[in-house]
Design a protein around this ligand. Structure first.
Ligand code: DGT
Ligand code: CA
Ligand code: ZN
Length: 584
């Protein structure tokens, strides 16, 4: 329930902020942030410890504790209902558009009666924004692309936004006594960066009991359908879940079918057909007594595989294919030839090569980040705070960088033999491809990541030149979040990756797979392409809090979807090897 309340608090904050009400929006924001990372469910806290328990959640004062209580009891917050009545426009969707904040959304509602994304689209098409201050021709054009992008993203969720809920659901159902198997299928099992729904499969001795349990899970807000073999519900996060119960002899076939991708399934089915067999979600079948069948003759189908996925692939004449590779991009041919890569695993990652601290816009100190990294079993981390030209992220100037290096030296002494903290930076690539920190200082760092944070709308050619110039700086080790895309928010800038990867190879610059759920940048297709160039990749979470460090698994998901092995990734190296690599 925490996430739902956090969402409502954020919405209230937006309404208050739009009306210039001081301080209050921050209180709601702070509470929302804290709820999102709070380990216990607020409804459990409330039922055990009452209002007092809620009040003890960090960032939640008495007034907001009462609002949480109100929501737990009535599933509503009256204040928000009133705000919605007073300002009947879709604040959440409109202010989510790049370039529109809550204040602009309110202004558009007041001046042009814009209530929805569709209204905004219409207003833009009819050139109605021309008369409003701050909406020049260029701004309008940009806005139109952002609105179109946002419409396209409707009904799409970040993998990272739904993954934990999915795992928790699976865990809960796995504990139900009648459940013999339960697995996540669909795009989530394939670790696709964005997903449309959650597909789950189970084998159960008592399907009815399992379905009864499923539809009563606490995160469910609506039940579309409840049956013995299939039920569909919606979660409070807005995503739909389908649970199917299948016979145990069909488990592997069903798991394979519902994991997809559709393209992979179609290719497998064709292979089955070419052998004279039939493949569906129930199994792989031989059709007996056939060969020019006479009309009216009943064919007997004999199941030859389907209990497990492994036996299915084996019977089809190929090696087992990991879910992340099932996109029909050549993996089937490799499986037939026995040349599949041995995909990297989360356990292969020995450290995290991008994170921020309180020295720039991070919320935790270097020491706190280091302690959290130790808990994850890492051998090293790189602290990569922003540099001075990134004002909004409190970028560090030269003097701060030098002071930070001293702090890291001290911490490294304390941590000797456990975790090594690398002195890193996320330097800004300026418009002309130069960096905002002088080389003499970069030379003193253990590791330098370079990133584009401005002038996104340059031509592909200019942007490619700009980025390559930065990569050619001998101190730059990694190109961070190479395309700058923000999933469900904005497309990346354009780059010629043939050139960028060739340059990466030549200059020994690693290409980042930024693991943060709304970046996942570079994506899986570019990763696969880069692998062919023989370049190294670097996995970094871009964490701004200790809690975010565990998004590494989504970066590993992209790496696996991009067919990477451990040896293709910089931070699978041991400490000493990594340091040696960075020094060359
Ligand atoms: P999503 O939900 O858009 O994020 O992506 P998926 O891949 O989870 O797609 P979904 O939920 O529509 O279907 C789950 C799997 O079921 C899909 O990956 C493959 C299988 N499937 C669904 N429809 C078809 C179909 O028409 N033909 C075949 N061969 N497989 C299908
Ligand atoms: Ca799905
Ligand atoms: Zn950045």
């Amino acid at each position: 329930m925490n996430r739902e309340i956090a969402k409502l608090f954020r919405l209230i904050a937006q309404y208050l902020y739009a009306q210039n009400i001081a301080f209050k929006p921050q209180a709601y924001e702070r509470a929302a942030q804290s709820l999102e990372i709070y380990e216990k469910d607020v409804s459990d806290v409330y039922h055990e410890h009452g209002l007092k328990g809620l009040n003890e959640i960090p960032g939640v004062g008495t007034a907001l504790a009462e609002k949480i209580q109100e929501y737990i009891r009535t599933k509503k917050i009256k204040q928000l209902e009133q705000l919605k009545k007073q300002f009947p426009f879709d604040m959440a969707s409109l202010s989510a558009i790049e370039g529109i904040g809550p204040k602009t959304a309110l202004k558009l509602y007041k001046t042009l009666k814009v209530k929805t994304l569709a209204d905004l689209e219409r207003a833009l098409a009819q050139k109605k924004l021309e008369h409003i201050k701050g909406f020049g021709k260029k701004t309008q054009e940009k806005l139109a692309t952002h609105v179109a992008f946002s419409k396209k993203s409707a009904g799409t969720f970040l993998l990272g936004a739904v993954y934990d809920d999915t795992l928790v659901m699976r865990k809960r159902m796995a504990r139900v006594p009648c459940v013999r198997a339960i697995e996540i299928a669909g795009s989530i099992r394939r670790m696709k960066e964005t997903v449309h729904d959650i597909d789950m499969l189970a084998v159960s001795e008592n399907p009815k009991a399992l379905m009864d349990y499923f539809v009563s899970l606490p995160t469910i807000v609506e039940i579309y359908a409840k049956g013995i073999t299939k039920s569909s519900v919606r979660l409070e996060s807005g995503i739909d879940v389908d649970l199917r119960v299948v016979p145990s002899e069909s488990w592997g076939a069903a798991l394979n079918y519902f994991t997809g991708s559709k393209e992979h399934n179609v290719a497998l089915r064709e292979i089955a057909i070419s052998k004279g067999w039939k493949l569906n979600e129930y199994g792989l079948f031989k059709i007996a007594g056939q060969r020019g069948p006479k009309r009216g003759t009943a064919h007997k189908e004999i199941m030859i595989a389907g209990k497990t996925e492994e036996e299915l692939y084996e019977k089809l004449g190929m090696d087992y294919i990991e879910p992340e590779m099932r996109e029909n991009q050549g993996e089937i041919e490799m499986a037939q030839k026995g040349t599949l890569p041995e995909l990297v695993k989360l356990q292969d990652i020995n450290g995290d090569l991008q994170m921020h601290s309180t020295w720039s816009d991070g919320k935790n100190t270097i020491q706190e980040m280091a302690m959290a990294a130790l808990q994850l079993g890492y051998a090293y981390i790189a602290i990569t705070d922003h540099t001075k030209s990134l004002g909004i992220a409190a970028g560090m100037d030269e003097r701060q960088i030098i002071r930070q290096m001293k702090e890291i030296d001290l911490l490294n002494k304390k941590l000797a033999g456990t975790l090594r903290i690398l002195k890193g930076l996320e330097v800004n690539i300026l418009k002309n491809g130069l960096l905002d920190i002088p080389d003499v200082l970069l030379a003193k760092m253990d590791m330098v990541g370079a990133a584009v944070h401005s002038h996104f709308s340059m031509s592909k050619r200019d942007m490619t030149e700009r980025v390559m110039r930065a990569m050619k700086n001998p101190h730059v080790d990694i190109l961070f979040h190479p395309t700058g895309r923000l999933l469900l928010q904005r497309e990346g800038y354009e780059l010629d990756f043939e050139k960028v990867f060739a340059c990466a190879k030549q200059t020994k610059t690693a290409i980042e797979i930024n693991a943060f759920p709304n970046r996942l940048d570079v994506n899986a297709n570019l990763t696969r392409m880069g692998k062919d160039f023989g370049i190294l990749f670097s996995l970094g979470t871009d964490s701004h809090t200790t809690h975010q460090l565990d998004v590494m698994r989504f970066g590993v998901g992209v790496a696996r979807r991009g067919w990477l092995e451990a040896k293709n990734i910089l931070n699978t190296k041991l400490s000493a090897q990594l340091i040696a690599f960075l020094q060359t």
